[in-house]
Design a protein around this ligand. Structure first.
Ligand code: KG4
Ligand code: ZN
Length: 350
């Protein structure tokens, strides 16, 4: 069957997501977030997230099936995030998925959350003739920042480069805390940066010195890698200096300049990795791919380098069930083997 109907379940962090796809066609995507319950702690509290998944799962599932206009009996396969993520949170989604698989007799596929962030880029009809050759993915989330070469989304993904310390989303969240912008920091900085001057401060672009970059023929040790911890420190120093001088902290200018530094170095290295590895089609994915400046500069630099870029709508970039369903559908179409019922969650899945 060419367009399998797949139900996708996501519960790795604070979002309970259930999505339904038919091959590369999105039918439903319902997300219930417990973010409001974590805000006062300044970060996601695992126990609260797990409990919220328990409460939200059945209503989220029912709404997704209603929106898709299908019943459980119509579904061809179920896919669920098995890691990486918070153990207790993952267990709720996996237990729910196994229960559904037992009750319906449908095959169950365990999928990697990170690869699902990439697989979601296939939804929406861009790739009606199948997945293009020479495909890459730039994955920018709260836990990961990676440039990947994708032979097959179902089975062949190679890491070209990644962050050696903080993920980009983590840098956004920590910097927002330094600037007093609250949690989650990414959307807060995105908003405040619109009012600031991105050239007000020249913050460091990590791992761009010649000793790390080397040359195309003789690459250095971190040619396609990123580092954001120095940038975070530079922002903290800058804030401290204003405070020590008794001057108001120019939050918008610092936010805009921080964002420019992050986005500049992410896009520069990603495009370099693509051009030097024969990647001509790039998918952008992960929660930080919702960032307005990252979306704009990636588009600009890919166009200049002759790289075809696919950017999913922001609602599909942050955690959701449709991305899990989309990867599940790719695995089914690839003839992948179902995972059975005895697999465990893996909070540290690479
Ligand atoms: O992919 P995701 O939803 O969860 C993980 O798998 O990590 O990513 C969450 C991250 C958070 O760090 C959040 O601050 C960031 O994505 N984020 C953004 C934006 N929206 C979410 N960062 C920058 N700009 C945004 N608009
Ligand atoms: Zn994610």
């Amino acid at each position: 069957r060419s367009a399998p109907l797949v139900l996708g379940i996501e519960s790795s962090c604070d979002e309970t997501g259930v999505g339904v796809v038919a091959g590369t066609r999105l039918l439903a995507n319902v997300v219930s977030s417990s973010m409001d319950e974590h805000v006062r702690f300044g970060g996601v509290i695992p126990e609260i997230a797990s409990r919220a998944h328990l409460d939200a799962f059945v209503p989220t599932l029912q709404q997704a099936l209603t929106e898709a206009g299908v019943g459980l009996e119509d579904i061809d396969a179920i896919a669920v995030t098995t890691g990486p993520g918070l153990s207790g949170a993952l267990m709720v989604g996996v237990a729910a998925a196994k229960a559904l698989a037992v009750a319906t007799g449908k095959p169950l596929y365990a999928v990697n959350h990170l690869v699902a962030h990439v697989g979601v880029g296939l939804l929406g009809g861009t790739f009606t003739d199948g997945v293009p050759p020479n495909l890459g993915a730039l994955l920018v989330s709260g836990g990961h920042t990676e440039i990947l070469k994708v032979g097959s989304i179902a089975s062949d993904v190679t890491l070209l480069g990644s962050t050696i310390d903080d993920a980009a989303g983590e840098a956004y969240d920590k910097t927002a805390r330094i600037l007093g912008l609250g949690y989650p920091g990414g959307p807060a900085i995105d908003r405040v940066a619109a009012q600031g001057d991105p050239r007000a401060f020249r913050f460091p672009r990590g791992l761009t010195q010649p000793k790390y970059m080397g040359t195309a023929e003789n690459p250095g040790p971190h040619r396609y890698d990123w580092s954001f911890s120095g940038l975070k420190t530079a922002v903290a120093r800058s804030v401290e200096q204003f405070e020590a001088n008794g001057e108001p902290v120019p939050v918008a200018d610092i936010g805009a300049s921080f964002q420019e530094a992050v986005v500049d170095v992410i896009t520069a290295k990603a495009v370099l990795a693509c051009t030097e590895n024969g990647i001509t089609n790039l998918l952008l994915g992960g929660g930080v791919a919702a960032n307005s400046r990252l979306r704009a500069l990636t588009a600009e630099r890919c166009a200049a380098a002759g790289i075809e870029l696919t950017v999913p709508p922001a609602s599909l970039c942050t955690d959701n069930g449709a991305m899990v369903a989309s990867l599940g559908a790719q695995i089914v179409m690839d003839g992948g083997t179902p995972s059975g019922l005895s697999f465990a969650t893996d909070s540290a899945l690479p």
